[in-house]
Design a protein around this ligand. Structure first.
Ligand SMILES: [Zn+2]
Ligand SMILES: [Zn+2]
Length: 350
């Protein structure tokens, strides 16, 4: 079976992007408690972009040591073979499924307190850019027959969007600002609308993504490089924003997010930041006087069932702006570097 590998991260000296290679691999066999998934769609994540464009920050040395490495963690498919224990638990050949690439130990204090996303013994099973992939049954979630399998590849990032929306405390009448109209940003635009936000404002460098954000429900979209964009965004909303979300990974955007945040507002930072990932906070103005609340998010806990139920309420199809067959994978990664597309999905069976 065919599988993609990252064979190099970005080399800043020669100014070459990371490299992806397709290799022929033996068919993986599921164990007693595992299932083998025939992968149908596998989506490229922002973190894959960071790996390939050298925006790794703290992860750089660790990533280099892992090369060549398998990757891919946003996928949908059909169970192709189930181990005996997985069968017993009700997971069978032919079931349409999505996957949580994180495997939790269910034995540490975090797991046992409902914070599996902080599991001390977490295993990352990143092997979704392959024709077949094996997972522990606890990582598998069935999806309804009515759900489009291509859109289902976005369930994993939707769990992140839900975790972010919960931290941001989005609700009726609140003003929501979102830095970055990537896949998760565009999901958050729609979640904010569903939750009754009074104003939804998006910031992105790419005009087409700003337009798409408006189509999906944003009231305003700004290019943060434009003179006075922050002031105009505040003026448009009639004040600062109760909920501000930063998903770009740019420190400048993290600073802008803090400026947009209202007194007693909730700011959420969920991106991967590169080198020097420091945000200057004015302890007197921001924390003491304005009582701003800043939150971090690393994945979600227990949100797959919720994401599967929420997905039909969102337009995920519009977020997938490019679909490329596995055999032409190089086109997908070249397109990724243009930064024009919110989401690029590889079609894994041809
Ligand atoms: Zn991801
Ligand atoms: Zn654990």
């Amino acid at each position: 079976m065919k599988q993609l590998f990252v064979t190099a991260v970005r080399d800043f000296e020669t100014n070459t992007m990371g490299k992806v290679e397709m290799r022929e691999m033996p068919m993986p066999e599921p164990g007693e408690e595992e299932v083998r998934v025939k992968v149908l769609y596998s989506s490229i994540c922002g973190s894959d972009t960071h790996t390939l464009t050298g925006h790794l920050g703290e992860f750089e040395e660790m990533t280099k040591a892992m090369l060549p490495m398998t990757f891919g963690h946003e996928l949908s498919g059909v169970i192709d073979q189930a181990g005996p224990r997985a069968e017993k638990l009700g997971y069978h050949k032919g079931d349409r499924v999505v996957v949580n690439y994180a495997r939790y130990c269910h034995a540490c204090d975090e797991c046992r307190s409902g914070h599996e996303n902080l599991c001390q013994n977490m295993e990352f099973v990143m092997n979704g850019f392959a024709e077949y992939a094996v997972y522990h049954v606890s990582q598998i979630f069935k999806i309804p027959d009515t759900m489009d399998l291509k859109c289902a590849a976005l369930i994993e990032p939707l769990t992140i969007a839900l975790a972010v929306a919960e931290q941001a405390k989005i609700s009726f009448g609140k003003r929501v600002a979102i830095m970055g109209a990537g896949g998760i940003g565009l999901m958050l635009v729609q979640l904010a609308r569903l939750a009754g936000a009074s104003t939804v404002t998006v910031f992105d460098l790419v005009e087409d993504k700003c337009e798409l954000a408006k189509k999906l429900g944003a009231d305003y979209a700004f290019d943060p490089r434009e003179e006075g964009a922050v002031d105009r965004a505040i003026e448009a909303a009639g004040g600062k924003y109760e909920c501000v979300i930063e998903g770009t990974g740019a420190v400048s955007a993290a600073e802008t997010a803090l400026k947009l945040l209202a007194r007693n507002g909730d700011g959420v930072y969920f991106a991967m930041y590169g080198k020097d990932p420091y945000l200057k906070v004015n302890l007197h103005n921001d924390f003491y006087w304005d009582q701003k609340h800043l939150h971090g998010v690393i994945m979600g806990a227990g949100l797959f069932p919720k994401a599967i139920r929420t997905a039909p309420r969102l337009n995920l199809d519009a977020i997938i702006q490019k679909e490329v067959p596995l055999s032409r994978y190089t086109e997908a990664f070249d397109a990724l570097y243009t930064k024009k597309y919110a989401k690029i999905v590889l079609k894994m069976d041809e």
